[in-house]
Write a protein that binds this ligand. Structure first.
Ligand code: AMP
Length: 431
C-alpha cells in the first residue's frame, strides 16, 4: 500500500514526501480511511507507530476545505513535549496547506498564546490545564470545532487529567468527529470512549514494547574494530535478513559498500539517496535481493520487513526509545529475533539508559579468537577520524570476558528528559 491510495490533496502529498515517508505504517493504513470518512476512531497504538500522522494527515485533508481563521481541530495531549511533537508534525506535513497550528500549555506565559489565538488558527494542540484556563477566560472559541483528538488517553488518566477533560468536553460542539488514542485499554479509558465516541471504528497495532521473542546482546569493541567484529559476527551467525544501523549517512554508505565488497548481498539506505534509490534498496531488502541493509535511523523509519532475523546496532542509537524502535524491526509476530549492539567505552551512559528502559541488564558477549587488541590501521593522509571517536575509543578495548554488567542508572534518562524539556516552547507557524 502507498499513500496514493488515500487520495490526499497534492499539498498534503508534498508534505508526506518532504517528511520522507515512503509507505503508510500499519496504524496509518488502518486509521486514515475511517478518519477521512468522518468516523469516530478508537486507536490502540503507542508513540513510535506513526500514530501522529495517522490522525494529522486526514485532519489536514479535512481542514483544507471549509472555513479558515477559527479553531477547527483540537488535539489534547498529556505533556508539552508531546504537544510540541504533534504541532511539529502538523507543521511539516501541512507546510503547503496554509493551515496554522499553535500549542497551548502551562508553564509558559499565557499572553503570547492569547495573541496567537486572536490572530486566528485552525489547529490547536493543547495540554488540558492551560486549555481550561483559556476556556474559563474566554480567550479560546471552540464552538465551531470539527475534530477532537484525545491523544495518549491512558497517560492523561494516569496524570489525573480526566476531570479536566470532562470539563473541556462540555465546551465543545456535540456534532464533531472524535478520535481517541491510547496505548492500553483499562476500564477508565473504556468509560471515556463510551462517553465521547459514537459508532467508533477501532484500530489497533501491536505495542512498541520490545518483543519477548527478541534476545539482546552487547558486544564491547573499540571503534576501529567495529567492522572487523561485524564481519566475524556475520560469519559465525546463522542469519536471514540483517538490518544494520549506523549513526550517520556516510557510515551507512561506507559500511554497505564494504560488506558488498566482502561478497554479501548488501546495500545501504540513507538520506543522501534519491527517492528512487531508497525505494530500490527497500524493495530489494524486502524481496530478499539484499540480505543486509545498512541504514540510518531516519531512513529506516517505517521499514516493515517481517523476516528480519537480526538487527545490528553498529552504532548505538542516541536515545533508549530509538533502541526499542530499531529492535522492533526484528522478532515480529512470533518469529525469533536477535539484537546485537556494538558498544565502545563512551556508550556506557546510553547502555545504562537502555537497560533502565528495558528493566533488565543486557548480556555482554565476546567472540573467541577475535583480536580485540588489534591496532587501528594508520590513517590515510587527509582522511578524518571517525565521528565522535575519542581517545578512549582508540585505546585497547574494553571487552573482557565476563565483564561486569553495568548497573541500571537514571542519569542519562534524566538528562534526556532535560533535553526534551528544553525543546518545549510555544510556537505558531503556517503549516
Ligand atoms: P509517532 O508514532 O507519531 O510518534 O511517529 C514515530 C516516528 O515515525 C516519527 O518520527 C514520524 O515522523 C515517523 N513516521 C510516521 N509515519 C511514517 C511513515 N509512514 N514512514 C516513515 N516514518 C514515519
Amino acid at each position: 500500500m502507498d499513500f496514493q491510495t488515500f487520495d490526499f490533496q497534492p499539498q498534503i502529498m508534498s508534505g508526506i514526501k518532504a517528511a520522507g515517508y515512503l509507505s503508510p505504517t500499519p496504524i496509518q493504513q488502518q486509521a486514515i480511511p475511517p478518519v477521512l470518512n468522518g468516523s469516530d476512531v478508537m486507536g490502540l497504538a503507542q508513540t513510535g507507530t506513526g500514530k501522529t500522522a495517522a490522525f494529522a494527515l486526514p485532519i489536514l485533508q479535512r481542514l483544507s476545505s471549509g472555513g479558515k481563521g477559527y479553531v477547527r481541530a483540537l488535539i489534547v495531549a498529556p505533556t508539552r513535549e508531546l504537544a510540541e511533537q504533534i504541532h511539529e508534525a502538523f507543521n511539516s506535513l501541512g507546510q503547503q496547506t496554509g493551515l496554522r497550528s499553535i500549542t497551548v500549555y502551562g508553564g509558559v506565559g499565557i499572553n503570547p498564546q492569547i495573541a496567537k489565538l486572536k490572530r486566528g488558527t485552525e489547529i490547536v494542540v493543547a495540554c488540558p490545564g492551560r486549555l481550561l484556563d483559556h476556556i474559563k477566560q474566554g480567550t479560546i472559541d471552540l464552538s465551531k470545532l470539527d475534530v477532537l483528538v484525545l491523544d495518549e488517553a491512558d497517560q492523561m488518566f494516569d496524570m489525573g487529567f480526566f476531570p479536566d477533560i470532562r470539563r473541556i468536553l462540555k465546551h465543545l460542539p456535540k456534532e464533531r468527529q472524535t478520535l481517541l488514542f491510547s496505548a492500553t485499554m483499562p476500564k477508565e479509558i473504556r468509560h471515556l470512549a463510551h462517553e465521547v465516541l459514537h459508532d467508533a471504528v477501532t484500530v489497533q497495532v501491536g505495542t512498541t514494547a520490545p518483543a519477548e521473542t527478541v534476545s539482546h546482546a552487547l558486544y564491547p569493541v573499540a571503534q576501529h574494530l567495529k567492522t572487523a567484529l561485524l564481519r566475524e559476527l556475520l560469519k559465525r551467525t546463522d542469519t536471514e535478513s540483517v538490518l544494520v544501523f549506523t549513526r550517520t549517512k556516510h557510515r551507512a554508505k561506507r559500511l554497505g559498500q564494504q560488506l558488498d565488497r566482502d561478497g554479501y548481498r548488501a546495500t545501504s539506505l540513507q538520506g543522501n539517496l534519491s527517492q528512487n534509490q531508497r525505494q530500490k534498496a527497500l524493495d530489494g531488502f524486502r524481496e530478499g535481493t539484499f540480505q543486509i541493509l545498512v541504514a540510518t535511523d531516519i531512513a529506516a523509519r517505517g521499514i516493515d520487513v517481517s523476516q528480519v532475523s537480526h538487527v545490528v546496532n553498529y552504532d548505538i542509537p542516541s536515545t533508549p526509545e530509538a533502541y526499542i524502535h530499531r529492535i522492533g524491526r526484528t522478532g515480529r509476530a512470533t518469529r525469533k529475533g536477535d539484537a546485537f549492539t556494538l558498544i565502545t567505552n563512551e556508550d556506557r551512559g546510553m547502555v545504562r539508559a537502555i537497560e533502565k528502559l528495558l528493566n533488565s541488564t543486557i548480556e555482554r558477549h565476546t567472540l573467541d579468537d577475535f583480536d580485540y587488541n588489534a591496532a587501528a590501521p594508520p590513517r590515510e593522509p587527509g582522511k578524518s577520524r571517525p565521528p565522535r571517536s575519542s581517545g578512549a575509543d582508540r585505546q585497547r578495548v574494553a571487552a573482557k570476558p565476563g565483564s561486569r554488567p553495568v548497573k541500571n542508572g537514571s542519569r542519562t534518562s534524566k538528562s534526556a528528559q532535560g533535553a526534551q524539556r528544553s525543546r518545549g516552547r510555544q510556537s505558531q507557524a503556517t503549516v
